[in-house]
Design a protein around this ligand. Sequence first.
Ligand SMILES: Cc1cc2nc3c(=O)[nH]c(=O)nc-3n(C[C@H](O)[C@H](O)[C@H](O)COP(=O)(O)OP(=O)(O)OC[C@H]3O[C@@H](n4cnc5c(N)ncnc54)[C@H](O)[C@@H]3O)c2cc1C
Length: 396
Amino acid sequence: MKKRVAIIGGGASGMVAAIVAAQNGMRVELFEKSVKVGRKILATGNGRCNISNQKITIDNYHGHYPSFVKEALKRFDAKAFFSRLGLEMVEGANGRLYPMSLQSSSVVDLLHYELKKLGVLIHLDTEVSDVQPIGNSFKVNTKEFDFILIASGSLAMPTLGSSESGYKFARTLGHEILKPFASLVQLVSNDPMVTEASGVKLDADLEIFVDGNAKLSVRGDLLFTNYGLSGSAILDISRTASFALSHGREVKILIDLMPALSFDGLKSLLLKRAKLELPSELWLNGVVHKKLIKLLLHQAKLPISSDINTKTVNKLAYAIKNLTIKIEATKGTKSCEVMAGGVSTKDINPKTMESKLVNGVYFCGEVLDIDGDCGGFNLHFAWASGYLAGVDLSKR
Ligand SMILES: Cc1cc2nc3c(=O)[nH]c(=O)nc-3n(C[C@H](O)[C@H](O)[C@H](O)COP(=O)(O)OP(=O)(O)OC[C@H]3O[C@@H](n4cnc5c(N)ncnc54)[C@H](O)[C@@H]3O)c2cc1C
């Protein structure tokens, strides 16, 4: 008799685990609450699916025990796995790996095809509401299985099928859940002058301060929006901001709007323009985006029509290179790409993804207390942890 495994969640990690377990002769049933598998994958990488990264290290991962990912990174090769499924891939900037078609649907279509080819029984539109251990087996909804794999993801973007159920099942089985919080998420500012700059996009240097202490600096895209700040640089520092805010700490972001110019270089440029004898708002026009002028004059504590002299030039150059914005909140679970926190990895075997507390129960993907940086690292961990679970399941 073939051993039976129930996989809860037909997302990135669940589909890979199902493929690997079925390839190795297991009887696999996949439960997916949405009407199709891989809905979140379709939305990844702005529809292009940044499936992995060629420059992965443990440093790209976070959680209470980031070294948990070591074995998964060592044993799973995303390029080899997806080539075997028939996916052509291209490398983009900073080691990011994409399907050559630049369409996430190519990835989902190939995974779905493989599942069907291997005879995995897919229950679509079927939410698992309960998981019960019965002797040496498990009851999932009304059916009995030898093993279960919880691959139900996190709460990030519930419109794409995310749910809390993985945390609920884990808790029922005696696992600890480390408080989930949004990561790779946009940040909210209540300053009307910040939101008035909505639409301004630039390349900037950013430094995040928590309770006045510098924590992290990044360089990249910054976008002013009608709620606050977005862009790749903001996503990169958002984990630090989100964690601090969830602990009631003060978060400020210091922005250098002109990283390409030194402070003295900027001052000389502004002084040269001072000779033009323009009103201050026009004097800055052409140097910075119009929508930023009010905010900069305010930060420099200068009136809208201020005299231009060495002192005002100093203050303005300082404001341009040290624009400080207080962050009130993140855009939360509804908008984030991933959730940090989740099922504590201290109770999971990093080589097999099996629970150390309950024999026969496995976890993989984002339901675990592991989250990655932006750049293909989250999908990579989802595939890799699903792969390890699938391999171990098929040895049972
Ligand atoms: C907009 C967006 C863009 C992203 N872009 C990227 C990117 O380009 N690169 C990258 O590396 N990462 C990206 N991510 C993150 C990445 O998509 C996730 O980390 C990854 O999908 C997690 O895989 P998973 O299998 O753990 O969970 P998911 O892929 O979320 O799959 C979980 C599945 O379980 C199902 N489910 C939940 N509860 C139940 C239940 N009780 N019963 C049955 N089914 C259930 C859900 O419907 C879902 O299909 C992005 C995320 C978002 C939201």
